[in-house]
Design a protein around this ligand. Structure first.
Ligand SMILES: C[S@@+](CC[C@H](N)C(=O)[O-])C[C@H]1O[C@@H](n2cnc3c(N)ncnc32)[C@H](O)[C@@H]1O
Length: 499
């Protein structure tokens, strides 16, 4: 579209402003304007379409798309915020749109609905100037869906602009406020399914926190997470994330895990040590629970560790790096062959001696096939991922309460197998990236009820040993991290010792 293709600070392409003559509202009807589409908005739209039509994951689709299309810098940041923000806030925008159209939203063509949501996010979530948000989205609609759809998009988005952005929140939440239904109010204003709002409230309380934090937690799910690096011990240090000629690393230290660094930008691939696997991209909560698992003391030898559900290999790489330093070795197991392949890749930089085996297999069989064979077993269980909603923008809309039933059966079976695989005196770490009580406290309690050969050990003490005494944890012996408290994903850690 623009000659120079640059984006101004408010998200509008400079060329677009010129194409409009004065950079303000164009006098030409949208359908009369002729111009190419903005590559950032086009990429965001294509991601939304793939998420909707092909069940794609936005965070897997967008980065390679931007690379292939050579969308970089501010345009890439704009496309990312537009795609991810639109997906996260979909529930809120649908409530707004429902007040601006005269039919049910499910009767709108899916590509048109995506364009409306994208327009809504620019107007209400990104504060892109109204003329740019409307005209650019209408232009994209004309190009990708047709003139009739473009007129409809134009009319609806202009309808949104007639109410000030901050008034929309009270408008869409008025019915739930009147009904005194706080779950419904938070579901719409913070854009989460009501069942997730309820589950998160229950988890907060069950982990010893206050239900009044719920709105902060939901808001944290809607904020783009910062890119966190793991500097794998023994393989890299601060110098590997410091540009030549600089004395300070390009990333700042994390708050809790000594291995964690927060990157100011969003291009970890530009760092050579990331490309060769000595440094990785990993949430700080994941690093912290892995290091806490390794901080718990085992009785006797401590040299053979199992990662029961290892794909794609983030925790396996941290385990193996530490194993290399301590003279231990790991076995990494994963049930899906393509994810086993990812584990291999993730372990590319670690010492060969630190990896005994990387294999494909069902973790539920390991306890039976290799009883009491390991000194430590990490079970990072398959789960709903409700603790990582900020990272997986569409997942809150995909998950259903029915998913829980199957997952919690699997989690119990895997935990039993993990306990069988560890030797007496050894340690099992049970980890989820979900704080849902059914996947955390209830799974552990159920498994422990049926066994007399295992005891809980103090995971909070292990986390404090790694993160320092001031990490806020409450007084339980299991640990629940929270985005709004710790700035991490909502990881859960229970530590057990086999008797
Ligand atoms: C939460 S992810 C693990 C993430 C990994 N620990 C990391 O840090 O990269 C759970 C993994 O468990 C795998 N999985 C699911 N069912 C399994 C089973 N029965 N046995 C082994 N792995 C399983 C999934 O394919 C998925 O890769």
């Amino acid at each position: 579209m623009s000659a120079d293709g640059r984006r101004d600070a408010r998200g509008r392409q400079r060329g677009a402003a010129r194409a409009h003559g004065d950079g303000h509202r164009s006098t030409a009807a949208p359908s009369q304007r002729r111009r190419g589409s903005d590559p950032a908005r086009t990429a965001a739209f294509d991601v939304l379409r793939q998420v909707d039509a092909s069940d794609a994951y936005a965070n897997l689709v967008l980065p390679p798309m931007l690379r292939d299309r050579r969308v970089t810098g501010r345009d890439a940041a704009f496309a990312t915020e537009l795609a991810y923000g639109t997906l996260r806030m979909r529930g809120y925008y649908d409530a707004v749109l429902a007040q601006c159209v005269d039919r049910d939203l499910d009767r709108i063509d899916p590509p048109v609905l995506d364009l409306l949501r994208m327009g809504a996010h620019q107007l209400l979530g990104m504060r892109v100037p109204q003329h740019a948000a409307v005209s650019e989205t209408v232009g994209l609609a004309r190009e990708r869906v047709g003139a009739g759809a473009a007129q409809f998009v134009n009319a609806v988005l202009r309808g949104i602009t007639r109410t000030p952005a901050d008034e929309w929140t009270s408008r869409v939440s008025a019915p739930s406020v009147e009904a005194g239904d706080d779950v419904a109010r938070l579901a719409v204003t913070q854009s989460h399914p009501a069942w997730v709002v309820r589950a998160l409230r229950e988890s907060l309380v069950a982990s010893g926190r206050d239900a009044s934090e719920l709105e902060d937690l939901l808001a944290a799910d809607n904020a783009a997470p910062r890119v966190t690096l793991v500097v794998r011990p023994g393989l890299a240090d601060e110098r590997d994330i410091t540009r030549p000629g600089r004395s300070e690393p390009d990333a700042s230290r994390g708050r809790w895990a000594p291995t964690a660094y927060v990157l100011p930008g969003s291009d970890p691939g530009a760092i050579p040590a990331v490309r060769d696997g000595r440094v990785g991209v990993q949430d700080e909560g994941s690093q912290l629970v892995t290091l806490a698992f390794l901080a718990a003391s085992v009785e006797g030898t401590d040299e053979r560790w199992l990662d029961l559900c290892a794909g794609p290999g983030g925790k396996a790489a941290l385990l193996a790096a530490v194993a290399g330093e301590r003279g231990a070795r790991i076995v990494a197991n994963e049930v899906q062959p393509h994810r086993t392949e990812l584990v291999h890749r993730s372990l590319g930089a670690v010492l060969a001696d630190a990896v005994e085996d990387v294999r494909t297999g069902d973790g539920r069989d390991v306890g039976r096939d290799e009883p009491a064979a390991y000194d430590r077993v990490l079970l990072d269980a398959p789960c709903t991922g409700l603790g990582a909603l900020r990272r997986r923008p569409e997942s809150r809309w995909r998950r259903t309460p029915q998913d829980l039933a199957a997952l919690t059966v699997l989690q119990r079976e895997l935990l039993d197998s993990a306990i069988d695989a560890v030797r007496p005196g050894g340690v099992v770490g049970y980890v989820t990236c979900s704080p849902h009580v059914a996947e955390t406290q209830v799974v552990v309690a159920d498994v422990l009820k049926a066994r007399d050969d295992v005891e809980r050990i103090d995971a909070a003490a292990a986390v404090r040993e790694v993160a320092g005494a001031d990490v806020p944890l409450g007084d339980r012996d299991d640990v629940q991290l929270w985005p709004h408290v710790h700035g991490t994903d909502a990881m859960h850690l229970t530590l057990l010792r086999r008797r």
